[in-house]
Design a protein around this ligand. Structure first.
Ligand SMILES: Cc1cc2nc3c(=O)[nH]c(=O)nc-3n(C[C@H](O)[C@H](O)[C@H](O)COP(=O)(O)O)c2cc1C
Length: 460
């Protein structure tokens, strides 16, 4: 029997996220992103549908590659305005018991100890329902805002990431022993200083000498996500990621990429199943195929072509307001190489005109858009998962929260009927729910080497 799928809702603390222009749809509520209730209601809806997680994207920078200006992004609400994703998690966690939160944080903008503390705090406050999507940034505008002048070269970003995550592991896994906190009222000892260890790191990009500020949280290290698919990005994912987010339109190409990633994980001393792989998809559904198709036609009218092109320009580093520059830009991209690669010779978008490109990207951000009633959608998800060896999907929305409500009401029951989706949550932390084993990282993960004490090594 096919394995059960994992489902994440894919959103961002902004308007429209990956569906440009649909904020104008009369039923879209994504412009309410700035209200806490908006997120609490979404979390409750997702938990009613037994969604595994809410995956929160984040970009700290404005999309100003298109026309060499932020004007289109601002006018069309292309992932701007955008609020901080971490701060909406505690109210959502309080309103739910099982939904997990995988949050994107760009390490290029972070100092090691403050970041380690923020994630440990969230792991405590959610009782171990937190994941971190490790990203390094792609917008020059983001680097400038962070005081770095310009974006660091693509491959160097991964070298920096390698060092940064190693320091994080040391804070999360190594600094505090399991029984460091004694809370001994009689002896007057809260923490045993002998059981708290200094993280001393003198590397190429960071010099750190500090103890972690947080006592051990339920998972210690958050569940680690990654989404890079260049060769450097895939190698990084194979070593570090527990969940990988992939995009693409071809099941066979995705199958090759997934097989490659799992093989690299084995070379890194891990098992192929130590990485859960999620594909981007957008599901537009209703009671029948006809109604779903009508909904799709309705949504499409609201897609903004300039908005979609401004988004793609930021992702790929190619200015789509100047079509003659497209081919040249692709070759020299310092942004997301996979996105840029789509336009180089042999790429899936090589011969597409910009209008059709905008339509492809405009709803859901470029993954497959699956349209149909419950049976058809379940068939499609099942086929994608089987052919590409996927573990689940990150589902983008076209209209917020309607897309997710439709999936909960129409698709989830059908997947459950087929035995492809759980009827109830398993107990435990996010990591326990995903892998059915301990709350802590497996011993074959590079983070485990930094544990300084037997109890943590045993995963207690
Ligand atoms: C589906 C998908 C979602 C992504 N979401 C984000 C995001 O929210 N924030 C971000 O800074 N980068 C995001 N990225 C960028 C990746 O994390 C990565 O930095 C980028 O793909 C560059 O790596 P590559 O050249 O190895 O593909 C995403 C990439 C993909 C494919």
């Amino acid at each position: 029997m096919a394995r059960e799928l994992f489902l994440n809702a894919f959103a961002m603390n902004c308007v429209g996220h990956q569906s440009q222009g649909t904020w104008r749809h009369p039923r879209d509520k994504s412009a309410d992103y700035k209200h806490t209730d908006h997120w609490v209601e979404l979390a409750r809806l997702l938990e009613r549908g037994k969604f595994d997680g809410l995956f929160l994207a984040d970009v700290v920078g404005v999309y100003d590659v298109y026309g060499a200006s932020p004007d289109t992004a601002l006018r069309e609400a292309v992932q701007v305005p955008t609020n901080d994703p971490l701060l909406i998690i505690p109210p959502m966690a309080q309103a739910t018991d099982n939904l997990a939160f995988a949050v994107t944080v760009n390490l290029s903008h972070e100092a090691p100890l403050p970041f380690a503390r923020r994630m440990s705090t969230l792991d405590h406050m959610t009782d171990g329902r937190i994941g971190w999507n490790i990203v390094t940034g792609y917008l020059d505008s983001g680097a400038k805002g962070a005081g770095q002048g310009k974006q660091v070269a693509h491959d160097t970003r991964y070298d920096i990431a390698e060092e940064f995550v190693t320091i994080q592991y040391d804070f999360w896994e190594g600094s505090w022993e399991e029984d460091a906190v004694r809370k001994d009222r009689n002896a007057g000892v809260f923490t045993d200083p002998a059981k708290v260890h200094r993280v001393a790191h003198d590397g190429e990009y960071f010099r750190v000498n500090a103890v972690h500020l947080c006592e051990p949280s339920p998972q210690r290290t958050p569940v680690l996500y990654q989404a890079g698919s260049s060769s450097k990005g895939t190698a990084f994912a194979a070593r570090h990621a527990e969940c990988v987010f992939v995009g693409g339109h071809s099941r066979s190409k995705m199958a090759t990429a997934v097989a490659n990633l799992r093989a690299l994980a084995v070379e890194a001393g891990r098992a192929p199943s130590d990485i859960k792989i999620f594909a981007l998809a957008t599901v537009i559904t209703a009671a029948t195929d006809e109604e779903a198709q009508a909904k799709f036609e309705d949504y499409k009218q609201y897609v903004s072509a300039p908005g979609a092109l401004a988004l793609m320009a930021g992702w790929s580093g190619i200015d789509f307001s100047k079509p003659d520059l497209v081919a040249a830009g692709a070759a020299g991209s310092n942004a997301i190489q996979t996105a840029a690669g789509a336009f180089t010779k042999g790429g899936p978008a090589e011969h597409r005109d910009l209008d059709s490109l905008a339509q492809t990207v405009g709803l859901g951000g470029g993954g497959p858009v699956l349209v149909g009633g419950p049976q058809r959608i379940a068939d499609e998800l099942e086929a994608w998962a089987a052919e590409s060896d996927l573990d689940g999907f990150n589902l983008a929305y076209a209209v917020m929260p309607e897309t997710f409500a439709d999936i909960v009401d129409y698709v989830v029951p059908e997947l459950q009927r087929r035995g492809l989706f759980k009827k109830d949550y398993a107990s435990g932390t996010y990591r326990e729910k995903l892998f059915g084993r301990g709350a802590r990282l497996e011993d074959n993960h590079p983070a485990a080497r930094l544990r300084k004490h037997a109890a943590a090594k045993a995963g207690v």
